[in-house]
Design a protein around this ligand. Sequence first.
Ligand SMILES: *[C@@H]1O[C@H](CO)[C@@H](O)[C@H](O)[C@H]1NC(C)=O
Ligand SMILES: *[C@@H]1O[C@H](CO)[C@@H](O)[C@H](O)[C@H]1NC(C)=O
Ligand SMILES: *[C@@H]1O[C@H](CO)[C@@H](O)[C@H](O)[C@H]1NC(C)=O
Ligand SMILES: *[C@@H]1O[C@H](CO)[C@@H](O)[C@H](O)[C@H]1NC(C)=O
Length: 460
Amino acid sequence: MLIASSLYPCVAVACLGLAYLPSAYAWGAAGHEIIATIAQIHLEPDVLPVLCDILDPPSNPSSQDPNDSAHLSASRPPCHLAPIAAWADKVRRTPGYGNTAPLHYVGALDDSPSSSCVFPGSRGWAGRRDNNVLAAVTNKTRALFGALGSDAEEAAEALKFLVHFVGDMHMPLHLTGKERGGNGARVTFDGRVTNLHTVWDSLLIAHALRIVPSNYTLPLEDAAGVEVHLRGAIYDPYVRRIMHEGFGAGVGPSEGAGRFEDDRWLSCPTEEERAAARRAKRSAVWDVIVSMLRFIRGWLGLGYGDNAGTMPSLGQVLERWWHTTGDEERWDSDGLCPYAWAREIHELNCAFPVWPPELDEHPSALLSELAEEHGCSCSDEAHDEHHLNTAAEHDDMHANSSGTPRPHPDLLELDTPRYAGRIRKRWLVERLLAMAGIRLAGILNALVAGDESAHLSTSL
Ligand SMILES: *[C@@H]1O[C@H](CO)[C@@H](O)[C@H](O)[C@H]1NC(C)=O
Ligand SMILES: *[C@@H]1O[C@H](CO)[C@@H](O)[C@H](O)[C@H]1NC(C)=O
Ligand SMILES: *[C@@H]1O[C@H](CO)[C@@H](O)[C@H](O)[C@H]1NC(C)=O
Ligand SMILES: *[C@@H]1O[C@H](CO)[C@@H](O)[C@H](O)[C@H]1NC(C)=O
């Protein structure tokens, strides 16, 4: 249900005579809820009650049921994070929240998976400075920390955004602007016309839910820490599977570790490493200035000086400067480093590759090229529109009356062993969902509980 309904909300915009069905948000609602559930499972015991109070402040704290917080949390959590996980997608089209749309993604101007992945590359990021998902993760963490215990309403909103944006930044196509993060890249999946973004948002997860072994419909033995956080959702068996096979929840001591045992998802570059990167940048800037002075001297006929031969050319220096001029590390700190985390995930677009190379050879696949041919301005639509150009109405006619879809002759099919099969075999989607959950839990644990909080707050 969740998945189906996340596919086709909103209004239709006509262009090119095709039906544009806007929607296809980051990790459809199910993906965001799964991430929030995994995060909730990994919260320290005293953190969830604090978050629940933020989301649903007790109307009269003094008359609170004394049984509530203490007893209840052992058997039943006071609230769940999953129901708020897709809120940020729901409000982005409502008055007052329109300017939050660009906070769901980030893209470098020159990024062009799968042939060349840059993050950000020589021309930097598209869009306004600090108006992207990486800056937003840091900003909302800071906002939540600042409002904790003082402004419940602001804290609640920051928490809802944070839960969502940490999810978004783990969806590889939210880290590239190419074809609006794949929204404009038409493909088929199991014979049905859709787009690359939707495959990642929803269809891979929908398929993963269908193939969960049936033993996961039962509660995990010896894993009460998982079971109390499940709500009877359609994805519960999938969460059990990720927890059991990925994190080893409910696994006996003799049965070996989970797949994620050795992963260190919470680590960030150290302050020394970040300082070294900043020094490299400063020296690159200095080199540019020196080179320009030399160039001007040479141009004025004053000669280059003795060591001119050892200096890089102005072109080389400018090139190096461009490549290091971004200061995206400003979003990162010792304990919270959205840029460093996202860099690896973005790389998947080329390395896996999440962006199928064949796509660029399919003449009718890329919407922006179609649009250019027809002199349509569709391609100027912002990434954030997340239009789902399925041309669904048109292409449903490819399905005959029995409802069986026929393969679309011109589009790339992605539900193949080579693409979707490899993703399943490598547990790529599960790994990204789990990684997002762990990082979200890490941030919330550090902010609300732990000794970490002092550390994280000073570095924010
Ligand atoms: C708290 O729990 C105890 C036992 O479970 C029950 O007897 C008592 O009435 C509860 N108190 C309130 C205020 O609900
Ligand atoms: C950061 O958050 C504050 C509110 O806490 C907001 O006013 C500001 O616009 C945000 N900046 C960005 C770039 O999101
Ligand atoms: C469920 O079955 C799968 C095989 O189909 C097995 O790998 C897995 O360990 C089982 N999970 C549990 C919790 O028993
Ligand atoms: C619909 O397509 C299926 C598979 O291609 C085919 O077996 C079936 O006969 C078709 N039905 C009609 C009514 O064309």
